[in-house]
Design a protein around this ligand. Structure first.
Ligand code: COA
Length: 307
């Protein structure tokens, strides 16, 4: 069986918050944030629903697909608008979809978990699945906490996956979860995100490398075959460390965190879209898509673009 990515879209707030602006209210500065994270600015605003609708509509338009042709909506989000109902249901209503819709929370691995779930749905009779990653992380940030405030941001990205009996973009997956690490990065109800940054950093590099190697082995390729690595955008130094261990030069990695910060489930589609805009996505090329996040969770996939 095959599943193909047939359209992509993004939705980000208009409001840009630079490092210099954060430095006006926090004991931090552009040099520290740039050197330690790679982030220069981020977008703040909107809700998981509002940004998700924009990204979802653009993905449908890009795919040339009408709302009635979507069989299932999966919204990857860590920051739903409400506990209930699922934000996916609100997005489906706004977009004019008439299909099942559900939220999926795997933190910053959410988009890749949703793609894996979509693949399973396509295997079992659905024709097209819309996957959206949408986050309103700024709502859950203590803006007086410089540890988190410089990292997290808002945004959305989406893709349409279509069943195809003859062609397949998704060659392999390697996903995992380790609940023993739950307290390393957490946000309580009515609370704010908190993190043991150094420990998350160490483990993130480990799980990205491990899951990427497993996914590449399953796909029968090595890192030499990769044209692109599209990683979750948390910290440039995590991306550099993982790429170094995988023997991938940084010019094969897609980096957008300088402009968007860490947008959790939205970061991989935002990075894909940027790569495509810059003519870095070519038919027949192999790419590694890899995410990691609170849980901890992780998810890598090897893709070969069919268009
Ligand atoms: N501005 C200025 N100084 C800051 C700062 C900020 N925003 N945040 C922390 N500092 C200070 C610390 O207080 C510390 O000061 P001290 O030496 O006087 O105690 C110093 O900078 C170094 O802090 P440290 O935590 O060792 O920095 P780091 O190099 O580990 O970078 C992170 C911190 C958070 C950027 C880094 O650990 C990281 O990115 N971790 C992974 C986080 C992540 O990706 N989470 C999401 C996963 S999905």
């Amino acid at each position: 069986m095959g599943a193909r990515f047939i359209g992509w879209g993004t939705g980000v707030p208009d409001r840009i918050v630079t490092n210099d602006e954060l430095s006006l209210t926090l004991d931090t500065n552009d040099a520290w944030i740039t050197e330690r994270t790679g982030i220069k600015e981020r977008r703040i605003g909107g809700t998981a629903k509002s940004l998700g609708v924009i990204a979802g509509n653009r993905a449908l338009e890009d795919a040339g697909v009408e709302p009635e042709n979507i069989d299932f909506l999966i919204l990857a989000t860590t920051t739903p608008d409400r506990i209930a109902p699922a934000t996916a249901v609100l997005i489906a209503h706004e977009m004019g979809l008439s299909c099942p819709a559900m939220d999926l929370n795997a933190a910053c691995s959410g988009f890749m978990y949703a793609v894996r779930t979509a693949y399973g749905l396509l295997e079992t009779g659905n024709k097209r699945v819309l996957v959206i990653g949408s986050e309103n992380l700024s709502r859950w940030v203590d803006w007086s906490d410089r540890n988190m405030a410089v990292l997290l941001a808002d945004g959305a990205g989406a893709t349409v996956l279509e069943y195809d009996p003859t062609e397949n973009d998704l060659l392999s997956f390697s996903l995992g979860a380790e609940g023993a690490d739950a307290d390393l990065l957490t946000c309580e109800h009515e609370g704010f995100f908190q993190m043991d940054g150094a420990e998350v950093f160490r483990r993130a590099v480990r799980v990205v490398v491990d899951s990427a190697e497993k996914a590449m082995a399953m796909a029968g390729i090595t890192s030499d075959d990769l044209s692109l690595v599209i990683p979750h955008q948390a910290n440039i130094r995590i991306i550099q460390a993982a790429c170094q261990r995988l023997n991938v030069e940084m010019d094969r990695a897609v980096v957008v965190l300088d402009r968007y910060g860490n947008t959790s489930s939205a970061s991989i589609p935002l990075a894909f879209f940027d790569a495509r805009e810059n003519d870095r996505v070519h038919k027949g090329d192999y790419a590694l898509l890899t995410g990691f996040g609170a849980g901890m969770t992780w998810a890598s996939a090897v893709v070969r673009w069919s268009k």
